[in-house]
Design a protein around this ligand. Sequence first.
Ligand SMILES: Cc1cc2nc3c(=O)[nH]c(=O)nc-3n(C[C@H](O)[C@H](O)[C@H](O)COP(=O)(O)OP(=O)(O)OC[C@H]3O[C@@H](n4cnc5c(N)ncnc54)[C@H](O)[C@@H]3O)c2cc1C
Length: 495
Amino acid sequence: MSVLKPAARDAVSDDPVDAQGPWDLVVVGGGTAGIVGAKTAARLGGHVLLVERHRTGGDCLWTGCVPSKALLAAAAAAASARDAARLGVTVRGVDVDFPAVMGHVRGAIAHIAPVDSAEALEAEGVTVLPGEAVFTGPDAVRVDGREIRFGQAMLAAGASPAVPPIPGLKEAAYLTSDTIWTLQDLPQRLVVLGGGSIGCELGQAFARLGADVTVVEGAARIMPREDADAAALVADSLCADGVRVLAGHGVSAVVPGTGTAGDLELEDGTSVPYGCLVVAVGRSPRTHGLGLAAAGVDLDARGFVTVDEHLRTSNRRIWAAGDLTGHPQFTHVAGVHGSLAASNAILGLSRKVQLTAIPRVTFTHPEVAAVGLPTGPASPGLRVVEWRHAHVDRAVAEGDSSGFARLAVDHKGRILGATVVGPRAGESIGELTMAVKLGLRTRDLAGVIHPYPTFNDGPWNAAIADVRTQLESPRARAGLRALVRLRRWRTDGST
Ligand SMILES: Cc1cc2nc3c(=O)[nH]c(=O)nc-3n(C[C@H](O)[C@H](O)[C@H](O)COP(=O)(O)OP(=O)(O)OC[C@H]3O[C@@H](n4cnc5c(N)ncnc54)[C@H](O)[C@@H]3O)c2cc1C
């Protein structure tokens, strides 16, 4: 194994990192963006050093996608058992062994971790240096006392849970998505601050596992970025799971509680006591302490690294990828960013990042998946076509038919956006993402044979319904009538 060990601060001259240079690409951060970027650059023939200060794999593996989806799977099992009676199956006594659930979560992480390990990177030709990277100039970075020069560099330091400036919050013992995975016992009075996708996923998971959960959201509704009707279905589902959803409630202070860990004081004068507080109000870029001013890398007003369409920063040698760019914060985006920035950096290409067809999924029950332009009623110049899951046979058969598929379509019939809400919506959105990316029309989607019975019947039938509607226009009807008359005349001479 050739992972480089951190050097003593005074050992610069015969440093093995220097000896192995010069480096074509130094990658700062070993999360998804950094790993994909480093592997891509090495496969293209670059000499690549990746610096990681904690553990390779990043947030997705250790504190994000993987543990949250593993937790949601356990929660779904508990909910299905409780809910099975609606399908005629009675399950008596559902016990949740929380330490065993967390064992399952750790097991999922352990199963995937080798793929993202330093060893796997080394096997692909990437040299991994543990340590904290700080830029010292436009072409140099310092890692634990070593000065390393680079031809090109990639910033992939990710983002951390944001902590809002609420009086008393800093002093309170709160958890975030970084720390919640250390819980040993199921929290009995859990308050989640933030009703976005992370807050809703965590809130629903813990409620289904048996916790008393309240989600507090400052905006008028939870999941404010999503189609309002989709968010309403999630809110209903959270309530059915026993979650108290307090939307439209700003928090004015966090104060010590009497008999509880603390109280959230809301702007309307009421308070919400908690035993365990989870802050999930967004994610801030990890740019502090990176020496970006010395490197000549500009930040935008929100502190994200400014990049052009090629993912190049204001320093022509330095590229950025993943959560710290201010582009949508998803693992699939970080991976695509890493690959694109690395090939631009190593080969001098001008590949452009595309932001129009980025799918997103909230893995609550029901799942909400969306891509492209909004599907709400307010989309100007677009029509929204819908197919309700009440008419999707698979949904009916599974007794879970409250969802829908919606397509935002322009005057030419091109699919510019989509929302699917319901079971497995995240699986349906891939096809719709391709439709949006390739500028496909509803008639293209309608013409693709879909297997029956699946939840993909939702978007498919929405597309078919749109084609039918188009065929009902006066022009289309006149054309059809003419064709029928022509057919009659050719068949028997009548018109
Ligand atoms: C609870 C939760 C659930 C999520 N679920 C999903 C999901 O279902 N689907 C999805 O697509 N996305 C999900 N995400 C988002 C996803 O995790 C991130 O978009 C993704 O991890 C970003 O990858 P990244 O490489 O940009 O950053 P990160 O994964 O954060 O990696 C950055 C790395 O840089 C290292 N680093 C930072 N500073 C330095 C330095 N100075 N020197 C050396 N190393 C440094 C860090 O230690 C870290 O390992 C979720 C996030 C959370 C929090």
